[in-house]
Design a protein around this ligand. Structure first.
Ligand code: SAM
Length: 257
């Protein structure tokens, strides 16, 4: 497994909050409140092939971040040196993250995804391509964000988060005013946030939250800037499916002031 990092786990402690198969977690918030709400759907899909199961058993423990409740994560600990940190929340099958990591070996990448099959797919690419600059968190992104210090992240990607289109499910949406405030807190000045969705209702909902955050500045100058994927950005699996189905994704890019 060329280029895979050393044998020591990032941390030997156990997770901050217990996750269940459907992920009902009371996520810590910066305001101290801990609303118990469901955060993500399935943690497992189809049965994994033996090779992927082995990667979960052998490679994942070397790349996975585990957090104790109330712990602050020192980003320098992740790669054994100071590096710019790019964070992707809900990476799905990891296609975007792996392509970015291969293109930027000088950057440290942190990927968050609770869906085990997606994690296994990314591990397969990490192993195949010998990517040494990726670390993983396999639980709710808000637990990780709460542990990150201010200004720790240079770029943050939230690409096609689950839209939860039904009104009664809106409370499950990952992006809301509270998480946007946290995104602004963990981004370094000059850092960038990129959010995408193919759901027009969620796009409006996110834009409202983003525009209400005074520390973030929308980079779009014309409609083409949010209608088109940024030219340096590889498409995600979900995005390809959305385009094939005739939906038109929206790409929102903001800079941290
Ligand atoms: C619609 S999929 C998109 C996946 C990928 N970004 C893409 O575009 O192909 C949304 C992903 O977000 C993950 N997710 C949902 N809630 C999450 C949370 N609270 N923290 C981290 N990831 C989450 C899901 O497991 C799922 O893989």
């Amino acid at each position: 497994m060329a280029g895979s990092p050393g044998n020591a786990p990032i941390s030997s402690t156990s997770c901050a909050a217990p996750s269940t198969e459907v992920g009902t977690i009371a996520a810590p918030r910066s305001d101290g409140a801990a609303p118990p709400r469901r955060l993500y759907g399935r943690r497992r899909g189809h049965r994994l092939r033996p090779g992927r199961r082995r990667l979960l058993e052998e490679l994942l423990p070397r790349l996975e971040i585990r957090l104790r409740a109330g712990e602050t994560l020192d980003p320098r600990r992740l790669f054994g040196e100071e590096r710019p940190l790019w964070l992707e929340i809900g990476f799905g099958d990891g296609g975007h993250l792996a392509t970015r990591a291969a293109a930027h070996p000088e950057i440290g990448f942190l990927g968050v995804e609770p869906f085990v099959n997606g994690v296994a797919a990314l591990l397969a690419r990490i192993a195949r391509e010998g990517l040494a600059n990726i670390r993983l968190f396999t639980d709710d992104a808000r637990l990780l964000i709460a542990a990150l210090p201010d200004a720790a992240v240079a770029r943050l990607f939230v690409l096609f988060p689950d839209p939860w289109p039904k009104k009664r499910h809106h409370k499950r949406r990952l992006v809301d005013r509270a998480t946007v405030a946290e995104f602004a807190r963990i981004l370094a000045p000059g850092g960038e946030l990129h959010i995408a969705t193919d759901d027009p209702g969620y796009a409006r909902w996110m834009l409202e939250a983003l525009l209400a955050e005074p520390r973030l500045d929308w980079l779009a100058e014309r409609a083409a800037d949010w209608r088109r994927r940024p030219s340096d950005q590889p498409p995600t699996r979900y995005e390809r499916k959305a385009l094939a189905a005739g939906r038109r994704p929206v790409h929102l890019r903001f800079r941290r002031l």
